[in-house]
Design a protein around this ligand. Structure first.
Ligand SMILES: [Zn+2]
Length: 262
């Protein structure tokens, strides 16, 4: 079970992905003494902002959203977070090795055992989500290999291999049951269910931090979560994508099951 020497790193594309995503899981593990990190690939400068903000430059939007991310990080009780500053809406166009390298650098610095990112569905289907998931998969393989990403900014960072890589997912049955306008993952691929009952409010608080993003998404979100509350917001779902593969049919209940400390 979880303890202080364990750490999790979530890698997502935009400020707010963590809050709409597995915020409750991160908050729960933080409470258990696990170090929880977030790597956000972009500053979210292309995000639409609420009308009352008027027109803002991308730099102004980026600064606001970084503040919002800081607020969410505090609500979730993250140990720390990094913003890589890659182009919002442009992860597919940028150099894939550069994107992967940014994640590798964070993995080697913070040395998590568990990585969490988007799966190929990307939850909303946003291209940035799908690409950051692919880059995190690549970083999972590369971070422990001293022949890759060596020299330059990588010079003083020891290679580090995380033990497990998870995709944060929504089971298809949930997407259908609640008629969500989101992309589900085939139920049989879901390997892991984390009971986050008691942490739903933390997630709600974290979401509210992303103030510029809450109209009209907020109303839509409220509608979507109304029926979800009791049944589904108390569980977060994951797909073990690499690492110690669960060979039994049993659903995992802990992201650290099977992880040995060195
Ligand atoms: Zn996003």
């Amino acid at each position: 079970m979880a303890e202080e020497r364990f750490s999790i790193m979530a890698v997502f594309a935009h400020p707010n992905d963590e809050s709409f995503g597995p915020a409750s899981t991160l908050a729960k593990y933080a409470t258990l003494g696990v170090k929880t990190y977030l790597v956000c690939a972009t500053r979210g400068e292309k995000g639409a902002v609420r009308r009352e903000e008027g027109s803002l430059s991308m730099e102004e939007v980026a600064r606001m959203r970084e503040e919002e991310l800081k607020c969410a990080a505090e609500a979730i009780n993250l140990t720390d977070f990094r913003v890589l500053g890659y182009p919002d809406g442009g992860l597919q166009e940028m150099d894939f090795q550069e994107l992967t390298g940014g994640i590798v650098a964070a993995v080697r610095e913070l040395k998590p055992q568990v990585l969490i990112t988007f799966g190929p569905e990307g939850i909303t289907g946003h291209t940035d989500h799908i690409v950051v998931g692919r880059a995190t998969e690549e970083a999972f393989r590369a971070a422990g290999d001293p022949r890759r990403f060596s020299g330059g900014i990588f010079g003083d960072r020891e290679p580090h291999s995380p033990s497990k890589l998870y995709f944060y997912v929504l089971p298809q049955r949930m997407v259908e049951a609640f008629n969500l306008n989101l992309r589900g993952t085939e139920d049989s691929l879901v390997t892991t269910e984390i009971d986050v009952s008691g942490f739903e409010d933390v997630r709600a608080r974290a979401i509210r931090c992303h103030w510029t993003q809450l109209e009209p998404a907020h109303k839509k979100h409220d509608r979507e979560t109304e029926g979800l509350k009791e049944k589904y917001l108390s569980i977060n779902y994951f797909q073990l994508a690499a690492g110690r593969i669960n060979t039994s049919d049993k659903i995992e209940r802990d992201l650290f099951s099977g992880v040995d400390l060195e």
